[in-house]
Design a protein around this ligand. Structure first.
Ligand code: NAP
Ligand code: 8YV
Length: 308
């Protein structure tokens, strides 16, 4: 974001990676770079980290940091920061919008009207939120903000995560497949990465069943995209609302052609307001670190102050 670039330039010497990646600046300035400011779209992999011997901190624009090779950073004592909490309400608002758009087919109805089809008859009746049970896949900061909103709609909510969440009274499922069998709507809001890769797969989709709706605002990797396309195509589930994809920004034509999928280009936090506060936190983490005050929002893998 231009505002982030400007704020960084006030305090730091900034070398901007180009569209093809960071290789050029790593080659030219690798022995001087002490910090990375980055976002999910750009990978901070072990090879890049290895080329930056003075690297101290990686400040990520976004709460999810699955694009960073965390073990490679941890092994060098490099601190990683992200932007938690400041986007909870925005992403939760958006998720409710995506959920209702998917169930009530708002984008499809909009296209129907624009195509002049209303002149020839009414839009078909749709599914409803009224008779649904929502299974949250993840009940962390954003998951709880989503659940709070859905609770206001008077709809039952249950959840799955690796352990019960302290202070959360919704029914907990240790087993995702059991939860999928008991509900008809899944909302994924877990981190990306190896531990959650394809956790929503063909078996889970079959358990969800033919009324099933999948909303993914987590990461594309969390859902087996090929299995999801097949389930949408063959009626194994009813519909999907997707903000995230397996290989962004590429979305396969086999998904684009499906009438029962609402597809949006990773815009869950994408407002002027929220992107600005996320950007401020990216800069604040770097300023605080180089002022000797430690990171503001370190991730769990690089706690601060360091244990021991
Ligand atoms: P968070 O507070 O860390 O919550 C993560 C939740 O996922 C927790 O309930 C956690 O519970 C659960 N979880 C983690 N690993 C799991 C696993 N292997 N199996 C099952 N459950 C697991 O994170 P958050 O701030 O809510 O953000 C969640 C994610 O949303 C981010 O990491 C990011 O990928 C995504 N996101 C997307 C957008 C967007 O624009 N679409 C915007 C913001 C965030 P346990 O630890 O008990 O398992
Ligand atoms: C960001 C996100 O848009 O915070 C996250 O994890 O997915 C989004 O809020 C994204 O990370 C910016 O690239």
């Amino acid at each position: 974001m231009p505002a982030v670039d400007a704020a960084l330039a006030q305090t730091f010497v900034v070398h901007q990676a180009n569209a093809s990646g960071s290789a050029d600046i790593a080659f030219a300035y690798g022995d001087r770079i002490r910090a990375i400011a980055t976002r999910g779209r750009q990978k901070t992999d072990a090879a890049l980290i290895a080329r930056l011997p003075r690297l101290e901190i990686i400040s990520n624009f976004g709460v999810g940091y699955d694009s960073i090779d965390v073990p490679a950073a941890v092994s060098r004592g490099i601190v990683i920061t992200n932007t938690p909490d400041v986007l909870n309400e925005e992403v939760a608002d958006f998720t409710v919008g995506l959920l209702l758009s998917t169930i009530r087919e708002l984008p499809q109805a909009d296209r129907f009207l624009r195509d002049g089809k209303w002149l020839h008859g009414a839009y078909a009746l749709t599914q409803t939120l009224r008779d649904r049970t929502i299974g949250m896949v993840g009940m962390g900061r954003i998951g709880q903000a989503i659940a709070k909103r859905i609770a206001a709609f008077g709809v039952p909510i249950v959840y799955h995560s690796r352990k019960p969440q302290a202070g959360v009274s919704y029914k907990y499922y240790a087993d995702l497949k059991s939860m999928a069998s008991d509900v008809d709507t899944l909302i994924a809001i877990v981190p990306g990465g190896a531990a959650t890769r394809h956790m929503i797969n063909a078996e889970i989709l079959a358990a969800l069943g033919s009324r099933g709706i999948v909303i993914n605002v987590a990461r594309g990797s969390v859902v087996d995209q090929e299995a999801l396309i097949e389930a949408l195509r063959t009626g194994i589930i009813h519909g999907a609302g997707l903000d995230v994809f397996a290989d962004e920004p590429n979305v396969p034509s086999s998904l684009l052609v499906l009438p029962n999928a609402v597809l949006v280009p990773h815009v869950g936090s994408g407002t002027h307001h929220t992107r600005a506060v996320m950007g401020d936190l990216v800069v604040e983490n770097l300023r605080s670190w180089f002022a000797g005050k430690g990171p503001v929002t370190p991730v769990v893998e690089t706690p601060w102050p360091k244990a021991g």
